[in-house]
Design a protein around this ligand. Structure first.
Ligand SMILES: [Zn+2]
Length: 152
């Protein structure tokens, strides 16, 4: 079985492009005709979905490490991201939830389900509803008013 699709970078415009590997030439959107045997095929797959994904990824990284870097930087300043980073290595789920609650309390002096959701989304482990429910169950947070919580 041969892999049908590949990714290459146009030597003229520098954009990544998905190609069918059984063809001899392809034309880039910049107008350049590319002879396949002269370019390096970076990625081979049978799945058109995987192909589209890797073209997008290649273009994102080609377009500039710079842009990606600033995105990463500003993300680091995001307090929710910081909390998620701190909670991530903690194995014990209750301990992890407790750290999230404590950090959110420090950050906002009272947090909501929405705040937990932002952290939980980055962790991808527990649902925000679960986190609130389990913390309440263990008396680790209390509700100061409808929908607002504080760590004990
Ligand atoms: Zn091109």
């Amino acid at each position: 079985m041969t892999l049908k699709y590949g990714v290459m970078v146009c030597p003229k415009c520098g954009m990544a492009k998905g190609i069918e590997s059984n063809k001899k030439t392809t034309t880039c959107q910049c107008g350049r005709e590319i002879v396949m045997s002269r370019v390096k095929i970076m990625f081979l797959t049978d799945s058109p979905l995987e192909l589209a994904d890797s073209v997008a990824k290649a273009n994102a990284s080609l377009r500039g490490g710079e842009q990606l870097l600033t995105e990463k930087k500003s993300r680091k300043k995001d307090p929710y991201f910081r909390i998620a980073e701190r909670a991530k290595p903690i194995k014990d789920p209750i301990e992890r939830m407790r750290v999230i609650a404590r950090e959110l309390t420090e950050l906002k002096s009272g947090f909501s389900l929405e705040d937990v959701r932002k952290v939980a989304a980055m962790l991808g482990k527990d649902s925000p509803e679960d986190i609130i429910a389990r913390l309440q169950e263990h008396n680790l947070i209390y509700e100061t008013e409808e929908g607002t919580y504080k760590a004990v």
